[in-house]
Design a protein around this ligand. Structure first.
Ligand SMILES: [Zn+2]
Length: 259
């Protein structure tokens, strides 16, 4: 099949500041731009990442910052980080709060501690009128419950892996669902069925690089240029044309993040 050409894509979730991408970062950026990736939204995982992401977005007009505290790194977070975060949000004006959320797949998971951090970040997103970038792993029900309780109504669930019914409840709460490499594997039948059935104006595309490579790059280091392959593979599942999928998901990302 001929390669589709010239999409304009936004990688709605990519850890471009990860050290696994820093050795050849200029080449990573050049390949992403050549592949049609016109923007990359970079979520933070710990407080240590905030100044680094700030530097990256200052240097590149097509990179956009999020600041937050990721549930998989609870051991590295301090209670005072929740005091510092709103200062960063007020001063740096990122495009979103995150990455935050709940992950119950971890060993020795402390659910109430994770919920405290997520709830606090939902409240900040609401206060600063920013969208929130949510990580929800084996915890979609609690994520929905906490979003509802917060009254916040703008955000995205990255690498969505819940049911169609859960996706619709999240859409009703003002959220978009983001899909990446995981949905490109044929064995991911449930996830692919969800992607196929959702309204296109609720869908975002992401790589989550350097993790979660798509099927054509299985077991390799993922990078933002591979968003092209995610788009190409996932477009096949939709009734709309690939160009329409590119256009609409890019418009969605611009609308959500105000970029
Ligand atoms: Zn992430």
């Amino acid at each position: 099949m001929a390669r589709k050409t010239n999409p304009k894509l936004i990688d709605s979730h990519v850890h471009s500041d990860d050290s696994r991408l820093s050795d050849d970062f200029p080449a990573v950026m050049a390949r992403a731009r050549a592949a049609g990736v016109i923007g990359q939204v970079i979520p933070a995982v710990t407080r240590e990442h905030w100044p680094r992401i700030k530097e990256y977005v200052a240097k590149h007009k097509d990179l956009y910052a999020c600041y937050g505290l990721h549930p998989c790194f609870m051991a590295q977070h301090q209670a005072e980080d929740l005091q510092t975060l709103p200062l960063w949000l007020g001063k740096e004006r990122p495009v979103a709060v995150g990455e935050c959320g709940l992950d119950y797949s971890l060993a020795d998971v402390n659910k109430s501690e994770q919920q405290t951090f997520f709830g606090a970040q939902l409240a900040m997103a609401r206060e600063f009128r920013l969208p929130i970038v949510v990580h929800a792993h084996r915890a979609v029900e609690d994520v929905i419950r906490l979003i509802k309780a917060s009254g916040h109504n703008r955000g995205m669930v990255h690498s969505f892996n819940g049911s169609l019914q859960q996706a619709h409840r999240l859409i009703d709460l003002g959220f978009m669902m983001s899909f990446g490499g995981a949905a490109t594997y044929e064995r991911a039948t449930k996830l692919r069925a969800v992607f196929e059935a959702l309204p296109l104006d609720s869908i975002l595309l992401e790589t989550d690089a350097p993790d979660q490579p798509d099927a054509t790059h299985a077991k390799q280091r993922n990078e933002p240029a591979y968003l092209f392959d995610v788009w190409e593979a996932l477009s096949e599942l939709r009734i709309e044309t690939a160009n329409k999928v590119a256009k609409t998901t890019t418009t969605n990302a611009k609308r959500l993040f105000g970029i």
